[in-house]
Unconditional design. Structure first.
Ligand code: NAD
Ligand code: MG
Length: 401
C-alpha cells in the first residue's frame, strides 16, 4: 500500500454471521487500511458486544428492539463508546452514511435487499455476499449500481473467481454481454454438498444437522441447506447472469467435489481460465476489499500436491430438483426468480424447524411457482409485494402437507 492511502471506513451488514466474522478477521489484519464504521446483526447481541469491544465501531445496529436494549446496556457497562441503533431504517442509515466508503452486504436472505440497495444508492463500494438481494431484484439492483456509480464486487467464491478470470478484470467490462468480450461461457463449479452420494431413497429422512454439515465450507444454516439441495447453485446461476450480463444458457453448472477450482471462464479461442485456492471465504473477501490491489487474507497456501486430483461431473437433476427449478426460473425471468427465492426461504426455515422433510423443499418451491403469476419487476414495491405473496403461498402449501 502506498503511504498516502487513506484509511477506508467499512460497514458490515450481517457482522455476526459466517461472512461477517471472516470479514472482521481480514480487516483486523490491515488496521492501516481499514477501520470499522458500523457492525449490524439481527438479534445476537452478545456476539455483537464482543465484536464492538474488539473493533470499536462508531455504530452497532440490531434489527431486534429488545436485543438492542441489552446491547446498549452491556456496552455502557463496559465503557464502550459505540452508539447502538435499532431497526431496518438504521441498517440502511449506516450502509449509506457519508463517512462510509465500503459496505459488506452479508445479511442472509431477502432481509438484506433494502440496506444493500441503500449502500448502492449512496454510491458505495459494495461487496456483495447477499446473493438473494440480486436474485429477487436483479434488474432494479444493477440499474441502481449504474445510476449511482456504485462499485459492485462479488464475494460469492464462484463469482469472485469468475470476476478474476474475466478480461480486464473490471466490473464494467461486460456491459455489452459476454460474447463481445470474447467469452464463450462460464463454468460455475459446485461441490455437490453433503448429499452428493447419499442413496436417493435416504434423502427423505436426512436431518437439518446432516444438511448443514457441508464437506468443504463452514457457512450459515440457510446457505448450507441451499448447498445441500443445490438451490444455492441455482441462485448463483441467476446471480452470475446479473453480475456478468450473461444469459442462463451461457452458464454451465459443473460438479467439482474438491472445491479447489472456484469457477472457470471459457473464451472463444478455447482458453479456459480458472481461479484456484483453499475453500476459505477470506480469499474473495480480501480480494474484493483491496481490489484492484492484493492484500494478505490469512488463508493458507494451497497445497496442490496434497490436493492431488480434481474431479468433474454433470449435475444429477433427479437428486437435485431445486437446481432445475432455478434454471427454469432463470429462463422464465420476470418475477420468477423473486418467487423462487421467497418460496425457498420459507421452505428452508420449515425444514430447519423440522416441519417439512428435506425432499419437500423442492415440492414447496414447485407449488408456489405453479400457483403465482409472474410479472415484470419494474418497481421495488412490486418486487416486495411479489416476495410477500410467495411467502404467504409457501406457508399455506406447507400447512397443507
Ligand atoms: P449467517 O446466517 O451466518 O449470517 C447472517 C447474518 O445476517 C447474521 O449476522 C444475522 O444477524 C444477519 N441477519 C439475519 N437476518 C437479519 C435481518 N432480518 N435483519 C438484519 N440482519 C439479519 O449467513 P452467512 O453464511 O454469513 O451468509 C450471509 C450471506 O452471504 C448469504 O446471503 C449467503 O448466501 C452469502 N454467502 C455466504 C457464504 C459463506 O461461506 N457463508 C458464501 C457465499 C455467499
Ligand atoms: Mg458460492
Amino acid at each position: 500500500m502506498s503511504p498516502n492511502t487513506t484509511v477506508q471506513s467499512v460497514t458490515i451488514l450481517g457482522a455476526t454471521g459466517s461472512i461477517g466474522v471472516s470479514t472482521l478477521d481480514v480487516l483486523a489484519r490491515h488496521p492501516d487500511r481499514y477501520s470499522v464504521f458500523a457492525l449490524t446483526a439481527d438479534r445476537r447481541w452478545q456476539v455483537l458486544a464482543t465484536q464492538c469491544l474488539q473493533h470499536n465501531p462508531r455504530y452497532a445496529v440490531l434489527n431486534d428492539e429488545s436485543s438492542a436494549l441489552l446491547l446498549a446496556q452491556e456496552l455502557s457497562r463496559q465503557g464502550c463508546k459505540t452508539e447502538v441503533l435499532q431497526g431496518a431504517d438504521a441498517l440502511a442509515q449506516v450502509a449509506a452514511h457519508n463517512d462510509v466508503q465500503v459496505v459488506m452486504a452479508a445479511i442472509v436472505g431477502a432481509a438484506g435487499l433494502l440496506p444493500t440497495l441503500a449502500a448502492v444508492e449512496a454510491g458505495k463500494k459494495v461487496l456483495l455476499a447477499n446473493k438473494e438481494a440480486l436474485v429477487m431484484a436483479g434488474g432494479l439492483f444493477t440499474k441502481a449500481v449504474k445510476d449511482h456509480d456504485a462499485i459492485l464486487l462479488p464475494i460469492d467464491s464462484e463469482h469472485n473467481a469468475i470476476f478474476q478470470c474475466l478480461p480486464n478484470h473490471r466490473p464494467d467490462c461486460l456491459v455489452q454481454g459476454l460474447q463481445s468480450s470474447g467469452v464463450r461461457k462460464i463454468l460455475l463449479t459446485a461441490s455437490g454438498g453433503p448429499f452428493r452420494n447419499t442413496p436417493l431413497a435416504d434423502l427423505r429422512s436426512v436431518t437439518p444437522e446432516q444438511a448443514c454439515a457441508h464437506p468443504n465450507w463452514s457457512m450459515g444454516q440457510k446457505i448450507s441447506v441451499d448447498s445441500a439441495t443445490m438451490l444455492n447453485k441455482g441462485l448463483e446461476l441467476i446471480e452470475a447472469c446479473w453480475l456478468f450480463n450473461a444469459r442462463p444458457d451461457q452458464v454451465q453448472v459443473v460438479i467439482h467435489p474438491q472445491s479447489v477450482i472456484h469457477s472457470m471462464v471459457e473464451y472463444v479461442d478455447g482458453s479456459v481460465l480458472a481461479q484456484l485456492g483453499n475453500p476459505d471465504m477470506r480469499t474473495p473477501i480480501a480480494h474484493a476489499l483491496a481490489w484492484p490491489e492484493r492484500i494478505v487474507s490469512g488463508v493458507a497456501s494451497l497445497d496442490i500436491i496434497a490436493t492431488a486430483r480434481l474431479d468433474f461431473s454433470a449435475p444429477d437433476y433427479e437428486r437435485f430438483p431445486c437446481l432445475k427449478l432455478a434454471q427454469q426460473a432463470a429462463a422464465r425471468a420476470a418475477t420468477a426468480p423473486t418467487i423462487l427465492n421467497a418460496a425457498n426461504e420459507i421452505a428452508v426455515a420449515a425444514f430447519l424447524q423440522r416441519k417439512i422433510r428435506f425432499d419437500q423443499i423442492s415440492q414447496v418451491i414447485t407449488s408456489v411457482l405453479d400457483k403465482q403469476e409472474v410479472s415484470e419487476p419494474d418497481s421495488l414495491e412490486l418486487v416486495i409485494a411479489t416476495d410477500l405473496k410467495a411467502r404467504q403461498i409457501a406457508h399455506s402449501v406447507i400447512a397443507a402437507f
